[in-house]
Ligand binder design. Sequence first.
Ligand SMILES: [Zn+2]
Length: 228
Amino acid sequence: MFIGHFGVGFGAKAAAPKVSLGSLFLAGQFIDLLWPTFLLLGIEQVRIDPTATKVTPLDFEYYPISHSLLAVLGWAVLIAVSYQLLRHYRRGAVVLGLAVVSHWLLDAIVHRPDLPLYPGSAYLLGFNLWSSLSATLAIELLIFVLGVWMYLRVTEPSDAVGKWALCVLIAFLVVIYLANLFGSPPPNVTALAWVGQAQWLLVAWGYWIDRHRRPVATMIVSGRISDT
Ligand SMILES: [Zn+2]
């Protein structure tokens, strides 16, 4: 899953309007942002196998620190507590923690049974939606479209950057997604990991967009009413 996680990031803005889109992307994609580093360090393992599933050419052999449920719960708490300490916005901290966990739940829907419950767990979970390309596309695009729609309902551009940087990002995510689905598999794990590291740029892009958009006018009004 790729743009589904970004869909969650977009949609979560409706639940915590004061959290930057960049932070929401960071949380929703957090364990996939850690994973390339663990691959490069040799701590986690993946095998490139074009016959692995109908959707992804990856066989996730070993990734207990980024993708076991127990570790993900730990990462969620870390993100939530760090945010609370930095920003003192409890609602935002909770939403970010839930966004971290949402990644694991969405991965569990699509992955083959390769997600451990805890490091060393023999029981591996995954409902293997990746056995169907059309079902994967339908679910993931639905999550993405819903998330973007929710984001557009609660924010509006404060200048041209806020409009166009968002449009370009949405188009870029869709193109990357389709290229991943229909392009050739990565040549090796190192190349895969470095492409994965490039996702940090999407987080930065989210922070940039957020600085050029504001809550829609009706939300500001209702916020004022509730403040008084
Ligand atoms: Zn993942």
